[in-house]
Design a protein around this ligand. Sequence first.
Ligand code: CTP
Length: 398
Amino acid sequence: MHNKRILLGITGGIAAYKIAFLIRLLKKEGAEVKCIMTPASCDFISPLVVSTLSDNPVGIEFWNKADGTWNNHVEYGLWADVFVIAPATANSISKMASGACDNLLLATYLSNKSKTIIAPAMDLDMYVHPTTKRNLIQLEEDGVQIIPAESGFLASGLEGQGRMAEPETIFNYLKIALSSSEELCCKNILVTAGPTYEAIDPVRFIGNHSTGKMGYEIALALANKGAIVHLISGPTNLTIEHPLIELTKVTNAQEMFEVVQNKWEAMDGGIFSAAVADYRPKTVATEKIKKSSDDLTIELVKNPDILKWAGENKKSNQLLAGFALETTNSLEYGAAKLQQKNLDFIVINEPLAGKTGFGSETNQILLLDNCNNLTKFELKSKSQVADDIVDYYIKLSK
Ligand code: CTP
């Protein structure tokens, strides 16, 4: 957000009072904020509050009566990195959809060169009225991004969908819009993460020490650049919340495989980081196995190689990356996996005792692509490593 220029349009709805919090959030993160208010919005929040918090004069009319100067809507439009209108009332939405420009905010919308995002706010019946729905569809077709209204108590005393999204939510949408990469924006990307647990009996399983951290960081890095992420995760203690991440939790390799098989065709690509168990018990005991004999042999059968399947079913427009977890000869084994699994690139974990691998906060990687380009990276935090992987993914998508 640092030095990003946010143009904030405020229209006349009760949710306007919450905009003070949005301006505070943006300023705290180092953004520059300029505000335009419709005359009606001044009944809901004082321009003095908006001006003081944003540290800029507020544009309301086409001209300033005091000194006769013009509020140049074209300049506002050229200045902004993003234009967000919150709250956006049914009335303003309707005028935007029809091209009316009878106030400074609407004229700025028509002149704006940057992305426009709106956060509608109105009563529940107005929100679902066919006219409003039609206007919102029109705006979406015109390239406007809509932050859906939330459900809850409304100023009318009724309860339902129509509340403006909370300032934190609007802030997150702005963050995504500003860091969005052209190559990733609205692309569907599948990420696998975490371990798989292969049941032995109702209380025991074969697993590994993966915490899922690397995969979750990759999912976040992709989503922060505008991708729609389908994160398929084995059992972990991690939580993840992001408007662009859809999380599917699975337990074992077979379940992970089924979800991947269902989704893969519709994906633009995937980064497979899960530590999938290669084998599972041939049979799962229905009751807890008792310690009756001195030895116990469990027969194992091979699990499907999920990444290999995705590589075999990869279309020319899909980009696929996998991981190689090795304890020795990492480059040699990694290169073989790249070939065998038909990948575009592979992330090879460099084994460094205590500093990389499962459960560590840091990782050191090599990236090898299918043109034999090898890139070495320093030891970094897993979130920085995720950024490097996603940047490489973007580079290969171009
Ligand atoms: N992988 C997978 N399904 C499996 C095994 C691995 O999708 N059944 C994926 C992992 O998510 C990773 C890559 O394949 O992206 C390599 O995993 P790794 O454990 O390093 O290698 P394996 O292919 O399992 O081979 P080996 O265990 O013999 O090193």
